[in-house]
Design a protein around this ligand. Structure first.
Ligand SMILES: NC(=O)c1ccc[n+]([C@@H]2O[C@H](COP(=O)([O-])OP(=O)(O)OC[C@H]3O[C@@H](n4cnc5c(N)ncnc54)[C@H](OP(=O)(O)O)[C@@H]3O)[C@@H](O)[C@H]2O)c1
Length: 361
């Protein structure tokens, strides 16, 4: 049976490198690139077809920060495929990142210097905004949209005859200190990225708790520090090129400087080679590159208090209800419009959404 793999944020960086590696490993794969920009998605597809001309690569329009897009993408995917073996939740944003220069110079001359470079802890702040769905953008994109996608794809992820794996791309910047259960969208702080990534670590644990008995397994990875559009948003690419020799040197002490998207995708690729049920449900798998340039994957336990993962899980379910409830109001309005003005009807939307909502209630 051909495996079906869906990768979000597949048109660049780590996502695209992962797709290359997956196709090199299994030419029979049915690979679906889920992207928000179809031009960039098509360019990525063409790049993949150059090295794998026979590959089956399809595109799915998905803006993971937009809840309506998530629902219709999931619907479209379920119509095309009747199984899903690997779901890579890789799309992510770090909008308007700022480096805290004071913390940088302080850290530079402290014993914490390697850790500071490896995790960006305390160094990075971002400016978040609110999406048209009324959610914080970083939360919606990095966490909630992906969670909704998992829930919507549940019927093809949870099947009796085979196990499936959902894999989150997290970060070493996922800091417990940036996350609060009272503010899961991180409306009050200045580290929404760190908060969303820590929540995705815990959500992976919670998904294992709630879904393993139905054949769905979850895992989370950290790609290390990788040169991609995301890092070029923090500092310009010429600066990174300038300090590259220093980073190669630091790699001798910390293998977390994977630097290239190919290396960064190591743990994502390694998970593809494992049996989902053999993985540690409490682990975060790290892509690492040694001083000599060898890639390997290492698990580390995710640090948390027992109840927190489930509390995040239920908070997100509640958030889904709220989002879909406001959508229902909108649907009721549309049904009313189509009743009064039949020539204006948008019946497809009206039919699609209650089905999704019923599964949540
Ligand atoms: N680079 C690092 O050092 C590093 C470290 C730790 C974790 N990560 C994580 O690795 C993942 C991949 O990032 P990357 O480094 O490869 O950066 P990247 O090249 O910027 O890739 C991010 C991908 O996510 C997509 N994306 C962003 N917002 C989206 C949305 N609303 N809907 C659908 N797709 C969306 C982007 O699409 P567009 O091209 O349309 O923007 C792009 O394809 C992210 O989750 C990131 O947080 C990266």
């Amino acid at each position: 049976m051909k495996k079906v793999v869906l990768v979000t944020g597949a048109n660049s960086g780590i996502g695209l490198a992962l797709c290359e590696r997956l196709l090199s490993q299994d030419a029979q794969l049915q690979l679906c690139l889920a992207c928000r920009n179809m031009q960039r998605a098509e360019a990525a597809r063409q790049t993949l077809l150059v090295s794998h001309p026979q590959a089956q690569v399809t595109l799915l329009h998905l803006d993971v920060g937009n809840m309506r897009s998530v629902l219709s993408a999931a619907e479209e995917f379920k119509q095309k495929y009747n199984r899903l073996d690997y779901l890579y939740l890789n799309a992510g944003i770090m909008p308007n990142p700022r480096v805290d220069h004071k913390a940088f110079y302080k850290g530079l001359f402290s014993s914490n210097v390697v850790r500071m470079f490896a995790t960006g802890e305390g160094l990075l702040t971002q400016e978040d905004k609110v999406t048209p769905n009324g959610l914080q953008e970083v939360f919606a994109t990095n966490l909630f949209g992906h969670f909704l996608l998992v829930r919507e794809l549940e019927p093809i992820l949870c099947q009796m005859d085979h196990n499936s794996l959902v894999i989150w791309t997290s970060s070493s910047n996922a800091q417990r200190s940036a996350f609060s259960l009272d503010d899961i969208q991180h409306q009050k702080g200045r580290e929404p990225y760190s908060s969303s990534k820590y929540a995705s670590d815990l959500l992976s644990l919670a998904l294992n708790h709630h879904y393993n008995n139905r054949g769905l397994y979850a895992s989370v990875i950290c790609p290390g520090l990788v040169m991609t559009n995301l890092t070029y948003g923090i500092l310009p690419s010429f600066f990174w090129t300038l300090i590259m020799p220093i980073m190669w040197l630091i790699r001798i002490f910390t293998s977390t400087f994977t630097l290239s998207p190919y290396n960064g995708a190591e743990a994502l690729f390694w998970l593809f080679m494992q049996k989902p049920e053999s993985l540690d449900p409490m682990a975060k798998y790290h892509s690492l590159t040694s001083g000599l340039g060898n890639n390997y994957t290492q698990p580390h336990k995710v640090r948390t208090d027992n109840q927190v993962p489930s509390l995040i899980y239920f908070s997100l379910i509640l958030c889904s209800w709220q989002t879909l409830a406001s959508k229902l109001t909108c649907i009721a309005f549309k049904v009313h419009i189509s009743y009064c003005f039949p020539w204006q009807s948008n019946v497809r939307l009206a039919l699609l959404s209650p089905c999704s909502t019923v599964r949540y209630l």
